[in-house]
Unconditional design. Structure first.
Length: 96
């Protein structure tokens, strides 16, 4: 398992469980824990299955191009969110 993936799922698990632990119903904690663990298991098994099948079907060149396109899209999203982070507060300040 990739360490970044592990840290992500631990943070999701912690955030969901901290909310259910503070609620008045103690049964909701166990239900939330089971739901989160089941979701993580289903997600990881599905992702591993997709990667296993597509790796057999795709050539190395195709995998390279998919990786490059995915990287460009991630950079685009990051630039968009940086823009929103910088410009968003300025728009809110102008409205007031």
């Amino acid at each position: 398992m990739i360490p970044g993936n592990l840290v992500f799922w631990v943070s999701v698990f912690g955030a969901v469980l901290s909310q259910s632990y503070n609620s008045s119903n103690s049964g909701s904690f166990a239900i939330a824990a089971f739901g989160v663990m089941s979701g993580i298991l289903i997600h990881d098994l599905g992702l591993l299955s997709i990667v296993s099948v597509t790796r057999k079907v795709m050539s190395r060149q195709m995998i390279l191009w998919v990786s490059v396109i995915a990287g460009i899209m991630l950079l685009g999203f990051s630039l968009y969110f940086v823009y929103e982070f910088v410009v968003g507060p300025q728009i809110i300040a102008l409205d007031q």
